[in-house]
Design a protein around this ligand. Structure first.
Ligand SMILES: C[S@@+](CC[C@H](N)C(=O)[O-])C[C@H]1O[C@@H](n2cnc3c(N)ncnc32)[C@H](O)[C@@H]1O
Length: 458
């Protein structure tokens, strides 16, 4: 087997085993990793390594390989709007609903090195309504090395830089250059290896009141996203709450779950439960006011938002997005990515930021991730015809011809009905204008596969 063929096979094995899609743009990195693994196992090279892995002849090898090919980016209070909504809105609701049993079961699925469960523990500990309750957090990940690090509940300066000073003082203990989660909180967290793509999920029979599955689905194919979302929904209590990453959406992914508009962010609930108590996103055009907190737990909300890095306050999302687009147009991708990350952190509900994130995934060959970002953008603003055109092109490149055709038709329909508009801040990218978009959609629907539509945006 040639090395490129071996790498393609290795990427397919990784996707089958863990759900993570490795885009061809990352094959060089994958090749270096495979070479190192082959050398440490005294195998002849990448092809021999992949063949042995495929035949199941390397016991324990997946535990050593997966840490290299999964993304572990995380830090405490990542996406602070989620924790603010949790403190002010969701926990008071759960406290009222569970007052009889005074216990809560929480699951951090894809917990990386423990940053997310540690944050959840801090927020739960701060909730006045839960004082004296038996709340527990199950933290799972496919990466056993990351789990071992999580178990130490110790974090570096960068990981804790977003923790408000008062919470840091109350719940983190300084240990030289690091910070340790207070033992009373660490004891409430159980860490366990769990592969989300392996069904059935080997979880305790009890259902979870709260599930955080953030920044995990984004690395999976739509089919695997659907399967994992359904399995995770099956572990969610009928009136429980599910949080995803800001760039992730269950729109067209999981039936039976409704998005709950929390003002600065969304979470999900089983459809029946949501209808009874909140405004699902299907009704959000008519009513987009954030839900009011049910209890006076506003201190934590203020605290969580207060210490955002100064740089985030220095510019508005619009300026940051415009600057990022100029960097992207000039091929300064690192600068553009940094600005997009900042903009997402500051305002995850800005459709343009998700659109630019998708564009950068696209030009880097990560079509699958581009699709997720474009969908997030369109979820927030369905009239962005250029984004829908890019989405259609990406779907077509991924071989989803029928879904691509639906999107091309929707672009034409939106343009004809006058409900299409552009993202002004993305002007430097010279995306197709209305006439060009119409021409390309008609051509795609007529030919079903012309060369220029198969090409990446540029
Ligand atoms: C980017 S981190 C997200 C960490 C945290 N949830 C957050 O949002 O900050 C993605 C995590 O998902 C884990 N992961 C990837 N594939 C997985 C799978 N099949 N089952 C369980 N965890 C998986 C990775 O190991 C990694 O720790």
């Amino acid at each position: 087997m040639s090395e490129p063929a071996a790498l393609a096979e290795l990427a397919a094995l990784i996707e089958e085993t863990s759900g993570n899609v490795i885009p061809p743009g990352h094959y060089q990195f994958l090749g270096e990793t495979a070479k190192r693994r082959a050398a440490s196992l005294r195998l002849a090279g990448v092809a021999a390594y992949v063949a042995a892995l495929a035949r199941g002849e390397l016991p324990g090898e997946w535990s050593r390989l997966l840490p290299h090919v999964t993304v572990k980016e995380s830090y405490l209070f990542r996406h602070p709007q989620h924790f603010a909504a949790l403190a002010t809105n969701i926990l008071p609701r759960l406290a009222a609903a569970r007052a009889g049993r005074r216990s809560l079961a929480v699951w951090s699925a894809g917990c990386a090195r423990g940053e997310e469960p540690a944050t959840l523990a801090i927020v739960l500990a701060e909730c006045r309504e839960l004082v004296g309750w038996d709340w527990r957090i199950l933290a799972t990940d496919v990466d056993e090395e990351a789990l071992a690090a999580a178990g130490a509940a110790t974090f570096g300066e960068r990981a804790v830089s977003g923790v408000p000073a008062d919470l840091r003082a109350r719940h983190l203990l300084r240990r030289g250059d690091s910070y340790e989660l207070a033992p009373a909180l660490a004891r409430r967290i159980e860490y366990r290896a769990l592969n989300l793509v392996r069904e059935p999920l080997a979880l305790s029979p009890a259902l979870f009141d709260l599930v955080f599955l953030r920044n995990v689905l984004i690395y999976f194919s739509p089919e695997v996203q659907r399967r994992v979302a359904a399995a995770v929904a099956g572990a969610l209590a009928p009136d429980g709450y599910l949080f995803l990453g800001p760039a992730e959406t269950l729109w067209q992914v999981a039936g039976g779950l409704d998005a709950i508009d929390l003002g600065d962010c969304f979470c999900y609930r089983h459809a029946g439960a949501a209808a009874a108590t909140a405004a699902p996103h299907r009704r959000r055009d008519a009513e987009r006011r954030p839900e009011r907190p049910q209890a006076a737990a506003t201190t934590l909300r203020t605290t969580i938002h207060a210490p955002r890095p100064v740089v985030l306050e220095a510019q508005g999302t619009r300026e940051r997005l415009a600057l990022a687009a100029r960097h992207a147009a000039a091929d300064r991708l690192d600068d553009a990515v940094a600005l997009v990350d900042q903009a997402l952190l500051a305002d995850p509900s800005d459709a343009g930021v998700h659109a630019l994130e998708g564009f950068m995934h696209d030009i880097s060959g990560r079509s699958q991730m581009a699709v997720a970002s474009y969908r997030a953008a369109l979820f927030l603003d369905a009239g962005l015809f250029q984004v829908r055109l890019l989405l259609a092109d990406a779907l077509r490149r991924l071989g989803h011809e029928q879904r691509a055709a639906l999107e091309y038709r929707e672009v034409l329909a939106a343009l004809a009905a006058g409900r299409a508009h552009e993202v002004e801040a993305l002007a430097p990218l010279a995306l197709p204008d209305r006439g060009e978009a119409m021409r390309r959609c008609r051509e795609a629907l007529r030919d079903g596969g012309s060369q220029d539509l198969a090409a990446r945006p540029r």
